[in-house]
Write a protein that binds this ligand. Sequence first.
Ligand code: C2E
Ligand code: CA
Ligand code: CA
Length: 428
Amino acid sequence: MTRLEKLARVDTATGLTRRWGALERIATQLPGPGPALVMFEIRRLRALNSALGHSVVDRLLATVARRLQEQRQVAWVGMLAPGRFYVELVPADDSISQAAEILEDLREPVDLARWVRVPDIVGAVVHTTPGHLDVDQVLRDFETGTASASEEERVVFVDEEHRSSGLRRVRVESDLSSAIAGGDVTFRYQPIVRIGDAQPIAVESLARWRHHILGPIRPDEFVAVAESSPLIHALGDHALSDAIAAIAAWRSSGTMIDLVHVNVSAVQLTDRQLADRVATMLDDHAVDPARLELEVTESAVLDTSGLWRDTLQSLRDVGVRVAIDDFGAGFSSLLSLRDVAADTVKLDRSMIAGIASDVGARSLVQTTIDLAHTFGMHVVAEGVETDDDHEVLLEMGCDLGQGWLWHRDLAADEVADVWTSECATESR
Ligand code: C2E
Ligand code: CA
Ligand code: CA
């Protein structure tokens, strides 16, 4: 090998074979069965590069490479891209626990000049099968696996099930943008009623998408996909403008809805321009900001680090209302009710589910309601399905409720019908 050839094939920071060499190596393992193929990936390497500088990051890469080469079961190590290590494990059986053990070693703190850092590494393990006909399939499996790895499951074994869900995700992601632009993502509205007399007083906007091949896709699924890309901003703006236009249309045709709730993802709160755009949308439709309530999940508000807090404050300055959504679904802290200046707290369905039968569940809900009232907040119970739930909530002094006991989500014209029939005597 000439010196130039060597430079082209070998990564200078780690001494490992680079991408083309690694791809050739994968090709020789196909079709399987052979060693277990693993990709370990250092996440957010680009952010590390800009925070610490390339030379520090090179040190991190070199340390991880050396730790990999020292592992007994590792037969070969190469580099598919900066921070993406390709590894062959022998023997292949038991490779998942082997990979998990190796990962533990890789995550030992690394001393980087002034910094000590625990590398944020995840892994994907693939067992080659006769179905693995080309290198691209293995690379796709690596992508699917590392993308679905999480804090709890850092090493993912990619099997048939992962492959099909990975394909679905790719499809959802690639079609979502045109679905938003083309108006295929629509919104339905679920009434929120007063617990006392079941009068509807507000609606919550809920996104809906019927895919031309996959059929209806749940919002939990496509919102999560949108959140991992810039698409969440397009989806969020779409939800806001649809809701603001809807309330203007309802009110101008005599349907006096007081309030429209819109879900806002935590990622949207990192956008400094959000409050300005909301103000413009309200202005364009001559809608009073106090008619808009933004639902932010508890996990987002709990992490009240700088940017989110600023955005929430700017939104409040515009005059819109804020609700803490899904309260009680995660690690709830009653103190977060005090720390976040919200107008409303929505108790998650999981918190409501047990109240009719379980004393413990009931007392937790009662405590939350009382505390929220102390801080001047309204309380909405979510997922109210039975008369028993309703009765208990009435006794507990809960203000508002939302659930199938009263209404499912409705199209805009059906909302107007509900208001006409149930709010005929009142005009606000
Ligand atoms: P969420 O904000 O907690 O919305 C309430 C969910 O509970 C909705 O599910 C609603 O259909 C469902 N629900 C309402 N009443 C009942 C009931 O009595 N029983 C049961 N079992 N379920 C009930 P959906 O429409 O599937 O939405 C799921 C989640 O997707 C929402 O949860 C919200 O987190 C998210 N989402 C929906 N639309 C948007 C959006 O436009 N933007 C963002 N960022 N997230 C959205
Ligand atoms: Ca919500
Ligand atoms: Ca909720």
